[in-house]
Design a binder for this molecule. Structure first.
Ligand SMILES: [Zn+2]
Ligand SMILES: [Zn+2]
Length: 95
């Protein structure tokens, strides 16, 4: 995990404004409680299996392969390509 270290008391949840002591979810480098993220309008597209961060598609590091024929996405925090899509194809959002 290569996110910059943040003191516990400075992790303020974007959803409820309280410090995040447990159930931390990081979405596009913004801190949330897991349950606060779920009830916000934020809809992460990907979840990094390596550093447990949530990302919208536009935030991921995009690498073009074969002269643009295919695309690989990487976590901008840890560089892992081990991303799980949270929205395969349906419009419903599964956790
Ligand atoms: Zn919260
Ligand atoms: Zn990661």
């Amino acid at each position: 995990m290569t996110l910059e270290p943040v003191a516990i008391g400075e992790r303020i949840c974007e959803g409820c404004g309280k410090p995040v002591l447990r159930n931390l979810a990081i979405y596009d480098r913004i801190f949330y409680h897991v349950y606060c993220l779920k009830r916000t309008k934020g809809r992460p597209d990907y979840y990094c299996l390596e550093c447990s961060a949530y990302w919208s598609r536009g935030r991921l590091t995009k690498i073009l392969l074969d002269e643009g024929a295919s695309t690989e996405w990487f976590c901008p925090a840890c560089g892992s390509g081990d991303l799980r899509s949270l929205r395969p194809r349906s419009t419903s959002w599964e956790w």
